[in-house]
Write a protein that binds this ligand. Structure first.
Ligand code: C5P
Length: 231
């Protein structure tokens, strides 16, 4: 099967409070985006990798070495939301490289992805009709807050998972799912690719991920990501 990786990297990273978008902030000596890009580009089971950046991105060219450029293509088609960036990427990757059976969508803000986790996902979904995602069972006790910020209820954590990426779906299915979500005006309610698939009534498979694959959202997350990358 032909598999493409797609890294949406067109965000502005407002929550980090930094001057440069967070995907370009250094973690363990390299821009965050560089880690995931290299991991996919070096993976023998990934045919090609695509990065979606915003039209005016001034950092990506510096990062894409001639060697990396043979295995990865930059698409300057970032949208207003992550989902728009992913959808635009799906459209443009086919125009650039033809058909794919599968696409693995991975956030640039998860630098700790490694080849073993990619293999785990590929192996778990090889014969799957739908696809799935890396995720971790929730370990915290979950509280639902009242309007006043008091704990109103404890949400049972049994059966709850925290979604990670990559999220891997059949190309045509993901494209249809995101397109339908947009047409129904529900794209804003979607924070990952799996939720668009769920809206079609399909059930993505949960594949156990890893703490090292954390998403860097706040400044202190970068230190933890560095710890895993150096270990
Ligand atoms: O901000 P957040 O961590 O949710 O972003 C997840 C991923 O989506 C990041 O890699 C970010 O660069 C990307 N993104 C995008 N286009 C947007 C917003 C976010 O590609 N408009």
């Amino acid at each position: 099967p032909r598999r493409f990786a797609l890294i949406p990297a067109a965000g502005v990273g407002a929550r980090m409070g930094a001057r440069i978008p967070k995907q370009y902030m250094a973690v363990a000596g390299k821009p965050m985006l560089h880690h995931a890009l290299e991991t996919f580009a070096a993976h023998p089971r990934i045919a090609h990798t695509f990065v979606v950046v915003s039209a005016g991105d001034g950092w990506i060219d510096e990062l894409l070495t001639p060697e990396l450029a043979q295995r990865a293509t930059v698409l300057r088609v970032g949208g207003a939301t992550r989902q728009e960036s992913v959808f635009n990427g799906l459209v443009e990757m086919r125009a650039a490289a033809g058909d794919a059976d599968w696409v693995l969508v991975h956030d640039a803000a998860r630098p700790g992805l490694d080849a073993e986790l990619i293999d785990r996902l590929l192996d778990a979904l090889a014969d799957d009709e739908v696809g799935g995602l890396l995720a971790l069972p929730v370990v915290d006790t979950l509280k639902r807050a009242s309007a006043e910020g008091r704990s109103e209820q404890t949400v049972p954590r049994a059966g709850l998972w925290a979604a990670q990426t990559p999220q891997m779906f059949r190309y045509a299915l993901l494209r249809r799912a995101l397109n339908e979500a947009a047409e129904q005006g529900r794209i804003g309610a979607i924070t990952d690719d799996a939720s668009a698939i769920e809206m079609l009534g399909l059930l993505p498979k949960l594949v156990e991920g890893s703490p090292r694959n954390l998403k860097v959202t706040l400044a202190q997350d970068a230190a933890l990501a560095e710890f895993f990358l150096k270990g």
